[in-house]
Design a protein around this ligand. Structure first.
Ligand code: ADP
Ligand code: MG
Length: 346
């Protein structure tokens, strides 16, 4: 087995890595991808070198957390970073090959948006596979909502949801499906939303899938309620790599985040996975009868949670809807006296 700390990186310089003409050729290869199938990293492999971080350049400090993905460290590489170190011993032949990792890294490097975590590079030489991003300050929405039980006012929920829609709209416009949108992957830094882990689901699964033994579906707690009906219906043991993710399944997941913001809990709270799978698969939704919210706020949930993928809204439309929510629903602060503007109108 491979030790995940201490030992040195085995140098496996790939062909072309020391080629001084690489950068130029990379550009022309990148251009040609626009006309062909750009999904596969083979054509990208030269420009990918620009994002390769030698493992030895990284300093790893304490473990921030362990996900399905691997282990996340606070680290240093030209400043503070988060390093996601993959559990490389999971890279068996039956798992996702290195190409998939590189493909997902290729996806990551195409993203530049205020509400998306900054991708800095990756270690792409086995057995050292890691993704390096900026270190998010603040806490995740999950920590705020479920651990600290912080209450979000309608005003704040709308501002957070708007920023998520903005970041997600950008990803979708670039043809990137998040596949794992959840409150654990959304940070709040002084009111600013930062979304993480987009497009890394297969990488996640190549580690996680190995842990799921027997016939169990191996569903991590808190994952199920983000899955759209078409995903739930496609669940099979060991087959999560081939789930039919789409922009519409991201929108469904956003609906669940919106529900968590408003209600402070997961939909189908306290119900066993089997019950949730059965209900979602049949099109039964979490009841909103006891929810203290206006019609237009609940309508957003309904349009995200629509049973048919084709009936779900897209992020630009969700953003417009969120921006149009009546002002009277929003919290008023004394420093922003509404009556003054009103008297000026009349
Ligand atoms: P999950 O998203 O399911 O919690 P991850 O492996 O993505 O699992 O993350 C593990 C832990 O590391 C989480 O506590 C997460 O908040 C933290 N983390 C992940 N990425 C970053 C980052 N860029 N900055 C700070 N903390 C991070
Ligand atoms: Mg995460």
């Amino acid at each position: 087995s491979v030790k995940s700390d201490g030992s040195r990186c085995v140098s496996l310089s790939g062909s072309g890595s020391t080629d001084s003409g690489g950068a130029q050729r990379a550009d022309s290869l990148d251009m040609s991808n626009k006309h062909g199938d750009s999904r596969w990293p083979r054509q990208n492999s030269l420009s990918m070198k620009e994002w390769d971080i030698p493992y030895d350049e990284l300093k790893l400090f304490e473990v921030i957390g362990r996900g399905r993905f691997g282990t996340v460290y606070r680290g240093s590489w030209h400043g503070a970073v988060a390093v996601k170190l993959l559990h490389v011993h999971s890279l068996h032949s039956d798992c996702v090959p290195l190409d998939t990792f590189k493909h997902e890294v290729a996806t990551f490097r195409k993203t530049r948006h205020e509400n998306l975590v900054l991708f800095m590079g990756a270690c792409m030489k086995p057995p050292r596979l890691a993704i390096v991003t900026s270190l998010c300050k603040g806490m995740t929405l999950y920590t705020h909502i479920h651990l600290r039980k912080d209450k979000f006012t309608a005003n704040k929920s709308v501002l957070v949801a708007q920023q998520i829609s903005q970041g997600m709209g950008y990803l979708h416009a670039r043809g990137i499906i998040h596949k794992d949108l959840k409150t654990k992957n959304i940070f709040l830094e002084n009111g600013k939303v930062v979304i993480t882990d987009f497009g890394l689901f297969s990488v996640t699964k190549m580690c996680f899938g190995n842990n799921a033994r027997g016939d169990s579906l191996g569903i991590p707690a808190g994952w199920l309620c983000y899955l759209a009906p078409e995903l739930v219906r496609a669940l099979r043991p060991h087959a999560s790599l081939h789930l039919p993710f789409s922009k519409a399944t991201d929108v469904y997941a956003f609906g669940t985040v919106w529900y968590e913001l408003l209600c402070g809990e997961y939909p189908f709270k306290g119900q066993p996975p089997e019950a949730i799978i059965w209900q979602v698969g049949k099109g039964v939704k979490q009841s909103l009868a006891n929810m203290q919210a206006s019609r237009d706020i609940k309508d957003i949930l309904m349009v995200c949670w629509a049973y048919r993928a084709s009936e779900r809204a897209e992020f630009p439309r969700l953003l417009t809807t969120l921006q149009k929510l009546p002002r009277k629903r929003l919290a008023r602060s004394p420093s922003h006296p509404v009556h003054l503007s009103r008297s000026a109108d009349s």
